[in-house]
Structure formats: structure tokens, C-alpha cells
Design a binder for this molecule. Structure first.
Ligand code: GLN
Length: 450
């Protein structure tokens, strides 16, 4: 009830929730109380969560914040949300996001932009919460849920977590099932939690993760007790500092925060070592070929026949064209155009194939670095949260993802932990990148930074 009241009071200003499922929440909470009364109960018994609109939730409309999925009510539940409910969590509602998870500011949503609960000191100007999981980050930050599901294709969990002073972890590719999550770029997409602190994120991820026969890329490995990894002890840990992440355009305060993170870990007994990831500068351009390519293919299914919106035309082609023209927003259309172009016969080798080769080089860079270190420390974003409308050039917007996309390209786990405030009082995040399936070290080191 307290969370429902907080949503009632705060959502008008923040636009984080696109649907509040109050009846369902009360019903689930009652069932949870009954289980607890019987001495039963899972790891998340009674914990009220918000769910990103990208997750299919049975009988509750799930639109990926797109007009083209108008009124779509899945007849099935995503594996990740089913896992959460099986552990006793309670659903508060569906959370706003960039349309089809394409964006870094939550300005591309069909439901309108999400507002960050934070303000710069002495200013009343709205700020973006980051994207694409902006609703998840904003809701957690404003106490409108205890935790939220999110997804990360190129930074969409970690960047909004950094912009809102919350913790977000993208686990290793394959850790969480993608079944029932609307696909953006299937070889990059991963689900993960946004939570108020590292411990909450650890507890949530343990519930979300599972092998799943319905997603052939999910990995059949036992899910460790991540909470147990929070020992508070980083002695003996070797932390790599990738020198190529000192990019142009990084603000001085982000640089200072990074140094502070290094100093903190060192003071607690970690060993710091500089490492090189030489292909870093190609990650962003390669990502913006691979991700749109996969998106253009995944989004081909929205044809006005199978889901949501239909706008009739003179014939079937006209219907397709009218539906897609009306149903997709500008950023989604841009991605479909880029993706179709780079996959076309004449350009495939020059763009898509080249980008896949770059991806292999990036992966190898990390493998080599992890021969010498246990974990890498970088900033999460090059700047703190900016104002809506401030970045209008799409390519400039893509630069937000410069520190995060490499991790998706290599399939590795990455966590963003709030680590300080900017001069004008805005949250800043540090990112830890781990070896494949070693989320435990991220929680361990993340706990020491928090
Ligand atoms: N900002 C990136 C993009 O727009 C990443 C989005 C994401 O991780 N879903 O593609």
C-alpha cells in the first residue's frame, strides 16, 4: 500500500509507470501473506517490484513503449518475471522505457519521456533518467518500487542506474532467459535488476537468473548465492584500469570519480593494474551496426497482422506500410533503415561482417586483460544526467554508450554502482566489468565501492 501511494503521489511528475496493476498487486501480496503465515515463502516474498514494459506479463498489456503494440496482452509470462513471482515477488505495474529499448534518455517512448527524480543543486530543471530502462531507474530512485526489472543491450541497465543513483547489473549473456522479453538485438540483449543497493541487486538477480529450455542461448549453469559474495573484502583482488577508457569529452568530474574509485579499492587492499583494450574505439560504431541489423530483423514481425496496431491500406502491402509508418517512432525507423541497409547484399561484407569481426577482436581484448586481472573498473557514463531535449543529434546520443556497449559486444557482466555526486549534486556511477559468469566478483567489488 505504501508503494502504491508513492506511485499515486509521484508518477504524474515522473511518468515512470505506464500501467499500475494495483488489484493484481494486492492479490499477490495477500497470497504472499498466506504463504508467510504458513511458514513458507521465497527469497522475494512480498517484495513489490516494477516491471519494464519490454517483459511480457500474462494478461497485462506489454507494449515495449511502442504504438505498434497497442493493446497487446500476452497470453504468457516471460521466464524472468515468472521466476520472480515464483520467489514471492509482487507486481506493482509496468514501467516506461525507450521504444523497443532504443535510446539512452527515455525520450523515444510512445508514452512520453520519463523524468529523473534528481535535480541539480539550485535548479528546478527536469533531467532525463537515462535509457532505455529509464522508468525502472526513476521508479527505484523515487521509492515507487523496491526494485525493478530492466534490460541491457548496450547499456540500458547501467547508464540509467548511473543517472539516478541506483545499482544496475547486466549479467553475463545467457545468465537470464530472454524468453518472453520483446527482442531488440538478440545476441546482445540481457535482463537484469535495477535496485537501491548492491545487496538488493544480488538478491534479485539470483531469482531472475535460470537456465531455460525455451531460450537456447540461456546457459545451463547453477546460479550462485550472489548475496553470499558480498563479503566486504576486496583484499587480493586485482583490478584492471583500461587506459583506452580515458576518452575525449569525458568530464573532469567523471575522471576524478574514477580516480577516487581506484583509491578506495586500493585502500581496501585491492591491487590496481593498468590494462589495455586496444579495440575499444571501434566498439561504438560496430555496436551501431550489429544492434540495428538484428533489430531490423526482429522488428519485421510487426506487420499489422499478428500484434497490436493495424492501419488498413488499399492492399496488403499498403496495410504493412501504413501500419509500420504509423506504429514506429523516429528512432525505431532509423534503426530499421540502418539495419536493413547494412544487411543488404551489396553492403553485408563491408558493414555487418566487418562489425562482427570487430566484435571478435573486442572479445579477445577482454580475454587477454582477464589473464592478468579479476575485474575492470571504469566510469559508467561520460557525463551526469542531462536535460530533455539537450541532445538532438542521434550520433551524439549514441556517445552516451561509449563505456557500456563493449561489455554487451563481449557478452560479459557489468555493474554500475553509485559512487559520488557531481559538483552540482547529481549522481555518478562507476562500472565494474567481470569475467564471463563471474557476477560474484562484481557484487563483491561493487559492495566495496558503494
Ligand atoms: N542506448 C543504446 C541503444 O540505444 C542501448 C540501448 C539498450 O541497451 N537497450 O541502442
Amino acid at each position: 500500500e505504501a508503494y502504491l501511494q508513492a506511485i499515486e503521489a509521484g508518477n504524474k511528475a515522473l511518468n515512470a509507470y505506464v500501467a499500475v496493476t494495483a488489484d493484481k498487486a494486492r492479490e499477490m501480496a495477500r497470497a504472499s501473506d498466506e504463504r508467510l503465515a504458513k511458514g513458507e515463502g521465497g527469497a522475494l516474498e512480498g517484495v513489490p517490484l516494477g516491471i519494464k514494459d519490454l517483459f511480457c506479463t500474462e494478461g497485462v498489456h506489454s507494449q515495449a513503449a511502442s504504438h505498434i503494440l497497442d493493446g497487446f496482452e500476452p497470453a504468457y509470462e516471460s521466464t524472468v518475471t515468472a521466476n520472480l513471482w515464483a520467489d514471492g515477488a509482487v507486481m506493482l505495474g509496468k514501467l516506461n522505457m525507450d521504444e523497443f529499448a532504443m535510446g539512452s534518455s527515455n525520450e523515444t517512448s510512445h508514452y512520453g519521456p520519463v523524468v529523473n527524480p534528481w535535480r541539480a543543486k539550485g535548479s528546478n530543471r527536469d533531467l532525463v533518467p537515462g535509457g532505455s530502462s529509464g522508468g525502472s531507474a526513476s521508479a527505484v530512485s523515487a521509492w515507487m518500487c523496491a526494485g525493478a526489472t530492466a534490460t541491457d543491450t548496450g547499456g540500458s541497465i547501467r547508464q540509467p542506474a548511473a543517472f539516478t543513483g541506483t545499482v544496475g547489473i547486466k549479467p553475463t549473456y545467457g545468465r537470464c532467459s530472454r524468453w518472453g522479453i520483446v527482442a531488440f538485438a538478440s545476441s546482445l540483449d540481457q535482463a537484469g535488476p535495477i535496485a537501491r543497493n548492491v545487496r538488493d541487486a544480488a538478491i534479485m538477480l539470483r531469482s531472475m537468473a535460470s537456465p531455460d529450455a525455451k531460450d537456447t542461448t540461456s546457459v545451463d549453469r547453477p546460479v550462485p548465492d550472489y548475496e553470499a559474495a558480498l563479503t566486504g573484502d576486496v583484499r587480493g583482488l586485482t583490478v584492471g584500469i583500461p587506459k583506452e577508457y580515458r576518452v575525449e569529452g569525458m568530464s573532469a568530474e567523471i575522471d576524478a570519480l574514477w580516480q577516487q574509485g581506484i583509491d578506495w579499492l586500493k585502500a581496501q587492499g585491492a591491487e590496481i593494474r593498468e590494462v589495455s583494450l586496444p579495440h575499444t574505439k571501434y566498439a561504438l560504431p560496430a555496436y551501431y551496426i550489429v544492434a540495428p541489423a538484428e533489430a531490423s530483423s526482429n522488428l519485421a514481425r510487426y506487420d499489422g497482422v499478428r500484434y497490436g496496431l493495424r492501419v488498413n491500406g488499399d492492399d496488403i502491402t499498403g496495410m504493412y506500410e501504413n501500419t509500420r509508418a504509423a506504429g514506429f517512432g523516429a528512432e525505431v525507423k532509423r534503426r530499421v533503415l540502418i539495419g536493413t541497409y547494412v544487411l543488404s547484399a551489396g553492403y553485408y561484407d563491408a558493414y555487418y561482417l566487418k562489425a562482427q569481426k570487430v566484435r571478435t577482436l573486442i572479445k579477445r581484448d577482454f580475454e587477454q586483460a582477464f589473464e592478468d586481472v579479476d575485474v575492470l573498473l571504469t566510469p559508467t557514463t561520460p557525463t551526469p544526467a542531462f536535460a530533455p531535449g539537450e541532445i538532438t543529434d542521434p550520433v551524439e546520443m549514441y556517445l552516451n554508450d561509449v563505456f557500456t556497449v563493449t561489455v554487451n559486444m563481449a557478452g560479459l557482466p557489468g555493474i554500475s554502482v553509485p559512487a559520488g555526486l557531481s559538483a552540482d549534486g547529481l549522481p555518478l556511477g562507476l562500472q565494474l566489468i567481470g569475467k564471463a559468469f563471474d557476477e560474484e566478483t562484481l557484487f563483491r567489488a561493487g559492495g566495496a565501492l558503494e
